[in-house]
Design a protein around this ligand. Structure first.
Ligand SMILES: Nc1ncnc2c1ncn2[C@@H]1O[C@H](COP(=O)(O)OP(=O)(O)OP(=O)(O)O)[C@@H](O)[C@H]1O
Length: 314
């Protein structure tokens, strides 16, 4: 990974030891990240991992308790004021009585050199519904309108929070085709729950769990965690050192009475376990989903997860 001095022009986006706490919840717990200009990065993680909070910090919608966020060489507020950051956040914030084109025209008037409306309509695949009232648009069409709005300022950074939520497979593919055709070739950071989407469209995958980065690499490297098999067994007093010393063992975890062994050679691990007090031995093949969950589980949970209904405003 190319790194640069804090605030350096090399960096599309840089987070240095950033933390954000809401009451008792450490939503973001010391994250450092450096994205190269033009890089497309997926932010993966289970519910409550801190993905949205990271995006809010990048957009300047939240301020960090600790650490610094550098966006295109300046503060988030400076980058936003220059119109260099486009965002697709959760649904909402659209006026239902305006048509798609009227909505675009209104927001374009806020930029000093907006993308021509026709180009935004084409990129977002909205030509056919250009004259439709927003209130009559489908959820997928409104999602694409959000995307078109994010493109108006010719962004150098695009922050996308689950941008393809609600889109079918074709819509998702069209969306990513469009991202590849954006003339300003922005740095892209997108949150997703779809592992296949991260693998297909991101050059880099950052896995978050409990406010921290559990893994960071190319999709192939993240998938590398998934090669092989998972052997689990009931063994409360497992001899973890002996398991770790076995050849072919990648990782050993003890969670309560269950020991889980990630290995390239499940036969060897099963033979070893058979000579111990381990019971209920199970072998499964690990997929990307499991790799992701295993990576997330390797990070201890942050205290007292707050249910969304009790969220407070910052
Ligand atoms: N304004 C807030 N007030 C209180 N707690 C908050 C607030 N915003 C986020 N949190 C908490 O911080 C943690 C991280 O939330 P965040 O929304 O960043 O996660 P996420 O990874 O985006 O989750 P999801 O995939 O469900 O969208 C959660 O425990 C959440 O409840």
């Amino acid at each position: 990974m190319v790194s640069s001095a804090p605030g350096g022009a090399m960096s599309g986006l840089r987070l240095d030891d950033v933390a954000k706490t809401f009451g008792e919840v450490r939503a973001v717990d010391g994250i450092s990240l450096d994205l190269k200009p033009g890089e497309v990065t997926a932010l993966l993680g289970p519910n409550g991992a801190g993905k949205t909070t990271v995006m809010d910090l990048i957009l300047g919608l939240q301020t960090p308790d600790r650490g610094t966020v550098t966006v295109l060489g300046g503060t988030p507020a400076e980058a936003a004021a220059r119109g260099e950051v486009g965002a697709v956040l959760q649904d909402g914030g659209l006026l239902h009585d305006l048509t798609v084109t009227e909505t675009l025209r209104y927001f374009a008037s806020l930029h000093h050199d907006p993308l021509p409306l026709g180009e935004a309509l084409d990129l977002a695949g909205l030509r056919a519904v250009a004259r439709r009232r927003v209130g009559a648009c489908s959820g997928g069409e409104r999602r694409r309108l959000h995307f078109a709005l994010a493109l108006l300022g010719r962004p150098r950074l695009l922050v996308l929070d689950e941008p393809t939520a609600g889109l079918d497979v074709t819509g998702r593919r069209q969306f990513w085709d469009a991202v590849g055709r954006i003339p300003s070739r922005p740095t892209v950071l997108f949150a997703t729950h779809h592992l296949d989407e991260a693998e297909q469209y991101a050059e880099r995958v950052v896995v978050m769990a409990a406010g921290r980065i559990a893994a960071d690499g190319t999709p192939a490297e993240i998938r590398g965690h998934a090669a092989g098999r998972v052997v689990s067994a009931h063994w409360p007093d497992a001899d973890l050192a002996a398991l770790r010393a076995l050849p072919s063992v990648d990782r050993v975890e003890q969670r309560g009475p269950t020991v889980t062994v990630h290995t390239q050679d499940s036969d060897l691990v099963v033979r070893h376990l058979a000579g111990t007090a381990a019971r209920e031995i199970e072998v499964s093949s690990s997929g990307l989903e499991e790799a992701f969950l295993a990576l997330a589980a390797a990070v201890p949970p942050s205290p007292a997860a707050v249910p969304p209904s009790t969220r407070t405003q910052d």
